[in-house]
Structures are given as C-alpha cells and as structure tokens.
Design a protein. Sequence first.
Length: 413
Amino acid sequence: VRNRVNDREQEDFSFYTTDRLIEARCTTIFNQARQEFFAEFGGIDVNTRADDRDQRKRTCIAPGLDMQRKASAWYIVTYQVPTATGLLSFPWVAWDLLAYIKQRKNPSLSFDPIADNLSKYLIKFCDNNKQAMDARLKQLCQIEALLRYHRKYSGLDKLFFVLSTWGDREHLFKANIKSVHLCLLLVQFGLGWLKRPGKSDRDRFLHEQVDEILPEDAHEKRIFLEKNIGGLGRILTRFLQYLASRCFSTTKMLNFMEPNLGYYSFCLRGEWLSLHRTAVKAFHHLVMTGRFDSLGLSSDRTTGSWDIVETRPFMIELPHEREMCQRRYSFDQIQDVIKEKTGVHDIFLRRQERNNGTRVSVSARGTLESLHRLRELLTVVPGLGNLYGDEIGASSRHKEQSIRHLVLAKIME
C-alpha cells in the first residue's frame, strides 16, 4: 500500500458501473441458457460456429429438425400459454434458430432481385431439360465426393447441371479443366475452402462437411439450398464472382483432394485461364444487365450479341499529320489496321492537331478480349534501357516524339 501511495497510483472504477454490472450479469445468464439448450444435441461448440469478427458470438447455421422443434416449442409456450411471470425474452435464447425457421417459412422474402430471378430461371431450365440433367448427374455422381454432397444438399444437382452445360457451350472442357473439376470447385467454394480475403465466411453455403453417402430416402437429413435467401441464383452468382476474381486467377494450384474429396487431380496456374476469362464475361454481363444470356442456357440466343460493350475513351499520341503524310499513312488506314488487328466491333479516332504532334481520342466497342487487345496494341511500355540508359539526358520533348513513333510502329508493323 505504501508503494502504491508513493507512486500516486489511482484505482479505476469506471468499469464497475451499474450498467456494466447489469450487462455482465445478463450476458452470463444468456450464455448459460444457450449452453443448456444445446447440451442434449452435443454441446454448443459442436452445433454453432464462431463469428470471424467476434469469437464470443456463436451462431447455429444449419440446425437439425429436433433443434428447430425445441426452439419452436419454447416460443409457443412463452407467447401462447398465459403465464404470470411474463418472461417473453426466454425463447430468444435460441434467436438464431427462430430466425432460421422464419426464413424457411418466408421463401418469398427478397433481398437480391437478380438472384431471385436467376433462381427461377435455373429451376425452369432444369425442369425443361430433366432427361439431360438426369443423364449428366448420373455421369458426375460416379465421383464419390459429388454423390455425397448431392445426397446431402438438395439443389446442388441443378447447379452441377447448369455449370456443366455452361462449360460445354463455352468450350471450357477441351483442355485440362473438365466438368468434374468445375463441380468440385463449387463444392470447395461452398465449404469455404477457396479463401477470398474477408468473404470466405459470407460465401459459404455448405455448412457441413459430408464424409458418408446418405441413403436416397433420408429426406429428414437433407438440407434444401433452394430455401436459402436468394436461392440457387445467389449461390451461382457468388461462385461466378469468385471465378472472375483476381484471387482465383492468381491461385498457384488447385488441389481436388481436399477437404476429404478424394479426387486425385491437380491443376497448375494458367490451366484455368480460359475458365477465368469466360467467368469474367458471364459475371459482368449478369450483374450489369440483369440478363442471363451469358450463361448460354437459352437455345435461341444470338451468339455474340450480348457481350459487346463500350470502353471508356482514352488518349494516345501520334506523329503530326504532315509526318504521317510523308510516310503515306492516313488516319482512315490506321483506323482500319487497328480494327483488323484487335477484332473490335467499332472504333472511332478523334484527332486534335498540336504543334509537335497529334493527340487522338480513342473510342471503341467490342468484346472484353478485343478491348484488352486494343489497350495492349496502343500502349507503349518503355524498357529499362530507355529509362535508365541513353535516354537519361534526353529532353522530355524528345521522349514524347519517341513514344509517338513507337505507337505508330506498333500499329503498322
């Protein structure tokens, strides 16, 4: 005590206020009640998952039927049976289960119109192609891992069929990536195995790892993905978003053995580049237009009509018109050469003459690939020699002239 007085140490009792003490007591009672609720089902740690941002907050994602019945019974007894105590907060100990039951009873609840419309579109497509879906599913379910998850999760068969049909019509399975790989990627994505920074928990829709094949008549143990908010459309949209992301394109290797899939196959970086590029087109067209032509599921779609987009105008520098005439080049000729080399649908060059050159505004319409080729053609990347070698003492005007001539040389070579 003498040392504390000498050091002028003071006690901090700001935490021990009436509000804090009541809050701590209520939290303790709430946690004890939740532990008692989950005790007969194996414990709270087995049936709930911790939040990434707050490990103390645990949520039951996919409750079983018995847990739902118990939570519903608590709610009914509290609100329908008259009691003198009036403890109306008692059933909300199982708040996550009550929310799950509420969502299942209100499948029309909509937060994502694109996902809801896509869900209806996918279900209609699968119903109209029932025989083709059964044949494709029979082929895919020869892989034990796909059969396991198909038996557990209702609706996964429709996603398998849609992705396989999309891949066939986009010619994705001619190289190393096959339809089996794409379906296994969907399973890994649903389990949260394919990590995206800050989004793996949100993207997860398969909340239980399946290690055994369920019997066909085990309906009580099945989980219906169609009843989730957003349905199958939300799952497919987020999966396409992942395939179109930089995180997927820069992955070093795809391992189809994990988690407990048992499919001995690996893909190295670059082998899924065509899948990534096709997903970029499909996802961006889907979210920008709200149309589903990019999935290739409609037999009467006009090939190539949906993926024509317009790029933002950008500026390039070319030599002066007098110098162009001396070289017998015209802007119409340059425009035709650019269009032929890049494959853009339309291109417009608007020039503005200056004393030392010509500034050109470039506008174009075409596919994402053709617009990417256009950027590569009209962009000059200076080498290290130009930056740190003989050009160190050169004037900025001379550098500008060099860039103009390099751009022209790339176009006309």
